[in-house]
Design a protein around this ligand. Sequence first.
Ligand SMILES: NC(=O)NCCC[C@H](N)C(=O)O
Length: 405
Amino acid sequence: MIKVYSEIGKLRSVLLHRPGNELENLAPKYLSDLLFDDIPYLEKAREEHDVFAQLLRDNGVKVNYITHLLSNTLKSNELKEQFLNEFLDLSDINNKYIREALKDYLLNMNISEMIDKLTSGIRTNELKLKKEVFSVKVRKSNMDIPFFLNPMPNLYFQRDPVAMIGKGATINRMRTPARRRESMFMEYVLKYNEDFKNTPLYYDKKLPYAIEGGDILIFNEKVLAVGISQRTDPEALEILAKKIFDEYDDTFETILGFLIPAKRAYMHLDTVFTQLDYDKFVVHPEMQEVIKIFGIQKKDHDEYTINEEKGTLKEILEKHLDVDKITLLKCGNGDEIAAAREQWNDGSNTLAIEPGTVITYDRNYITNKELKNAGIKVIEFPASELSRGRGGPRCMSMPLIRDDI
Ligand SMILES: NC(=O)NCCC[C@H](N)C(=O)O
């Protein structure tokens, strides 16, 4: 079951990925292609991630690991092969010999080993081929990309590839090929796992427009906010609105498109703006100046109105959340350098586990202090390694069930 009608309702069940060998397959020459700026130290990253998962459990949250859910879903050989075929298609493995060799190699593994291999990546020197083939030989000697299957180092950012909204989910088309295969993991769980298989799907990764979960915020059961950003196209929001308003008739009536600058530091809406409590948000100070907001409002069947929202961010939030006074706390306490530094390390990417209680990285101590001064309960944990992937506690988690607020 999926039930997520807010950003702050008591979190009951969440999706995570424990970082694995995919991080050991990062190397400087293709780091930026894989959307990393640095290489985390796996052992420490795992320790930090385990602390995060335990904090969630200690607070009554059920932690579900995506790789476990997927291996429990791909039980039949038929489904396992179907998954693998689609994965190879999305990895652009069109060469007959390479494809055959990969299939032989992977289908002989048990399902957990296969999933671990797919996430870690498969190097060109790892496969034994039955005979020498020209194209394979050439590919193997191309040391710029030493993989047949690239690793999936961004998988620990479970927020982005699939997003739970209300009673349904979007299967996202990720902006770059580096992350496109990630959406398949939860897609298969939502389509074929007994516990999830009736979930309405509000977006399909085969659509031509990009949308990523870090851009989707759920204000309440009536209002969604979607960043139009480096990672999300306005056309995707239009398709989402149609699905939610008309086809599946979920409770949402308004979708607010937040136009944010298309740059790496901002990446998704949740890297500059997250909700802490009924009436409190943390924001990157620059965001208030640069943002424009367009609202799509449900009218009659198949019809909606479009308005540019007037007023400051605070006023627009007060109107749509129906709260008298919204407080916007500034990342880095508004200091230009502290704000930029802490936002880069995801100071404004908090995960609310109930109204007024959030999980954050301890390194963003200036922002955390400001939150505490405003009466927020801040649960901090160390993340020197995890933060190198440019995502915080919200980016690393996808709520599956929250209590209503
Ligand atoms: N919601 C988020 O902001 N997720 C962080 C994703 C970081 C990842 N390295 C990326 O560039 O996609």
